[in-house]
Design a protein around this ligand. Structure first.
Ligand SMILES: Nc1ncnc2c1ncn2[C@@H]1O[C@H](COP(=O)(O)OP(=O)(O)OP(=O)(O)O)[C@@H](O)[C@H]1O
Length: 266
């Protein structure tokens, strides 16, 4: 046996193979994902875009083990999700996946430190002070350790959520519109932080976004339409992303020129 045959998927942290997801029954079936195959390498930042209803959330939920595909396979950090029961899936999510949501999803009664260390404590681990300090410094919240989320700005709350995602050193961080609730400047700061995690810690990030400017922070943009991958752009500019989205009809009557004007304002 030749052990040296390189595995073409060796660098992949996420692999979807012929994934289909059909909601509903025979009378009202909706195919949200239709034969989706893609691999995402370690240390890369991917944006997932497409018109409303194209399957972005379903893609994210299936890839993150929050929802099960109707058929096809999903490997996360080399683990096939199909045979895992709910308890094993929960454990895998806790240990290997970080999440960042549009609405931050912090626990309001807990301090910044307690929010950040929650995933470790849920996994039965004792948080190491140095690691907590390190991650809070990285997101620029070293001086807000004891604040409650309600005392922080939106951008600061999202930094807490990023610190909470980073603390477990997950194989992949999934972001569902992580900058959707932030103003342009704050969004840019948050995206820069995510970019740094990719560059400096080899973190893998997958983010659903509607914003071409946000997507331009990614290494690669993957476009979905009607549940299928219909294209991708490597090292994209916001203008290229906007043009592609317009082509896909993502913005209805909004034109590239209107979008370009929108970008100048940003
Ligand atoms: N739980 C569900 N039951 C039935 N249909 C669903 C369900 N979730 C999603 N769908 C359908 O699957 C398709 C893909 O939905 P999905 O939410 O993945 O799209 P999306 O690209 O994230 O949309 P948006 O940008 O509007 O959030 C849509 O037609 C949607 O109506």
């Amino acid at each position: 046996m030749n052990n040296r045959t390189p595995d073409p998927h060796a660098q992949e942290v996420v692999r979807l193979e012929s994934v289909r997801k059909v909601y509903g029954g025979t009378m009202n079936a909706v195919t949200a994902l239709d034969d989706v195959s893609i691999g995402l390498n370690r240390g890369t930042f991917t944006a997932v875009m497409g018109p409303s209803g194209s399957g972005k959330s379903t893609f994210l939920h299936c890839a993150a083990g929050l929802d099960r595909p109707t058929s096809g396979s999903i490997l996360l950090d080399g683990v096939d999700l199909a045979p895992l029961g709910e308890r094993e899936l929960t454990k895998l999510r806790r240990e290997r996946i970080g999440f960042i949501f549009q609405a931050f999803n912090l626990l309001p009664a807990l301090s910044v430190v307690d929010n950040v260390t929650l995933p470790l404590r849920l996994a039965g681990q004792r948080p190491k002070l140095a690691a907590v300090d390190d991650v809070l410094e990285r997101v620029g919240l070293g001086d807000r350790r004891n604040s409650r989320p309600g005392e922080l700005s939106g951008g600061q709350q999202q930094r807490v959520a990023i610190a909470r995602a980073l603390i477990t050193r997950p194989a992949v961080i999934f972001g569902d519109e992580p900058t959707g609730a932030l103003d342009t400047y704050t969004a840019s700061e948050v995206l820069t932080l995510l970019r740094e995690a990719v560059e400096q810690s080899d973190q893998t990030i997958v983010m659903v976004t509607h914003d071409p400017v946000a997507a331009a922070h990614a290494d690669r943009v993957v476009f979905l339409a009607d549940g299928r991958i219909v294209g991708s752009l490597d090292r994209p500019t916001a203008d290229q992303v906007a043009a592609r989205l317009t082509h896909l009809g993502a913005w209805g009557s909004r034109t590239v020129a209107q979008q370009a004007g929108h970008e100048v304002l940003r």
